[in-house]
Design a protein. Structure first.
Ligand code: NDP
Length: 444
């Protein structure tokens, strides 16, 4: 059995009931196979794959809090500090009832390579809770965040581990988390990113992931002599990533026609009304059923279905495993040219393979959604120098970073005769930098 297959089998056996983690490791291992096989003895001797798949540290804790009726509620909190070979652990916090150890491990594992691809000095981590923010009052959200941070603050810091937002964690939650950190640790430092602009946040951080995904779509089309101008874009999700993907798609001259949430989806053939979407989701925190009130000619459907709409570019921006094999077949049949993953691992392995085999340019999340963590790293830089950069400066750097990532993943794929396999390119380029740093630092 080859070294890759041997470690993959061990990872699966050692981590039962963590299918998302198996999926993420399988995708990375399958694509870095040529790199490992070129120097198998050395990687095996150094146990590189075993070290890469075993988190450096995992902290799991109880989060008790009191709801508005005076009842004690208890949730699970977790932080996975996966790999700090190239910088402090960095990765978001997810608050969603589906959160469990396997999901946080898959996200933390992906984050190692994504952060490496940004070219910035940040390691990989991820965390969260099975707490469901939906339907909770602001007071309840605050009490939960304070209890969560009371425990988490022992393990994080501006130079050790810097969490940020993810599903269910936006500006409001980061504010409450930061307030509690400051209160307990007595430190005014850049320990979280995604902060409000009045207390150390960076301009363009809110927009960064969605903007970055559309910059990536622009890069991949440009490499094939085309552009976003006049393209129809199908987007899933209606959260932070999706909203700003819609905004940037318009700025690049394209027309985004769909969005979705966990109950249904909207098709607006004239183009999504961005202001309506922001009001529904960012201000009123309501469901997409409201959208029709703003745009009577749009369609609202229960369930899932955005991938059935004809498009040039598809951007899954909601959650993991939301683009399945039948969706991939529909996209191909409808002539879709490119898929850029705004979310983390939204496309299943078989759907990815089908898209690639049928000539769709497929850019995986660890490259296409790296804009969010890249601007988080720029927020850390601004906090360290106690300065704030303008929106244009941050957005300009973001655009440069996305172009650079695309170049690096294309070059890495080409070096192994895997032209246009951006999944392999992203995994190889991300892997090489982290592993060089791990080898230089010895067995640790
Ligand atoms: P938000 O919580 O702001 O939005 C998530 C959106 O996806 C909502 O519309 C939500 O609908 C929908 N959604 C979530 N879970 C499900 C589900 N199980 N089924 C169907 N729809 C679902 O999160 P973000 O926009 O921040 O994150 C979206 C994705 O992007 C995630 O995969 C995240 O890891 C990834 N990402 C985010 C970054 C960031 O900077 N925010 C950075 C890099 C990646 P509803 O409100 O109904 O639940």
């Amino acid at each position: 059995m080859s070294y890759v297959d041997d470690v993959l089998a061990k990872v699966i056996a050692k981590n039962p009931s963590e299918p998302e983690f198996h999926q993420a490791v399988t995708e990375v291992f399958e694509t870095i196979r040529p790199v490992i096989e070129a120097n198998e003895e050395m990687y095996k001797r150094e146990a590189i794959l075993e070290r890469l798949t075993e988190p450096e540290r995992m902290i799991k804790f109880r989060v008790p809090w009191i709801d508005d009726e005076g009842n004690v509620q208890v949730n699970m909190g977790i932080r996975v500090q996966f790999n700090n070979a190239i910088g402090p652990y960095k990765g978001g916090l997810r608050f969603h009832p589906s959160v469990n150890q396997g999901i946080i491990k898959f996200l933390g594992f992906e984050q190692i390579f994504k952060n490496s691809l940004t070219g910035l000095p940040i390691g990989g981590g991820k965390g969260g809770s099975d707490f469901d923010p939906k339907g909770k009052s602001d007071r309840e959200i605050m009490k939960f965040c304070q209890s969560f941070m009371t425990e988490l603050c022992k393990y994080i810091g501006a130079d050790t581990d810097v969490p940020a937002g993810d599903i269910g964690v936006g500006g409001r939650e980061i504010g409450f988390l930061y307030g509690q950190y400051k209160r307990i640790r007595g430190l005014y430092e850049g320990v979280l990113t995604g902060k409000g602009l009045t207390y150390g946040g960076s301009l363009a951080r809110t927009e960064a992931t969605g903007y970055g995904a559309m910059y990536m779509a622009q890069e991949v089309l440009k490499a094939h002599g085309d552009s976003m101008e006049g393209k129809t874009v199908v987007i899933s999700g209606a959260g932070n990533v999706a909203i700003y993907a819609v905004e940037k798609a318009y700025q690049l001259g394209a027309k985004p026609v769909t969005c979705s949430d966990s109950t249904g989806w909207v098709y607006d053939p004239e183009g999504i009304d961005l202001e309506a979407l922001k009001e529904i989701k960012e201000v009123n925190r309501a469901r997409l059923t409201e959208y029709k009130k703003y745009r009577p000619n749009s369609e609202y459907h229960e369930g899932r279905g955005v991938w059935a709409i004809k498009c040039d570019v598809a951007a899954p921006c909601a959650t993991q495993n939301e683009l399945l094999i039948d969706d991939a077949k529909q996209l191909v049949a409808n002539g879709c040219k490119a898929v850029v993953e705004g979310a983390n691992m939204p496309t299943t392995l078989d759907a990815t393979k089908y898209l690639q085999e049928n000539g769709v340019w497929f850019v995986p999340g660890k490259a296409a959604n790296a804009g969010g963590v890249a601007v988080s790293a720029l927020e850390m830089s601004q906090n360290s120098e106690r300065l704030s950069w303008t929106f244009e400066e941050v957005d300009g750097r973001l655009q440069g970073i996305m172009a650079n990532i695309f170049r690096n993943i294309s070059d890495a794929a080409a070096r192994y005769d895997l032209d246009e396999n951006y999944v392999a390119g992203a995994n190889i380029a991300g892997f090489e930098k982290v592993v060089n740093a791990m080898l230089a630092q010895g067995v640790c």
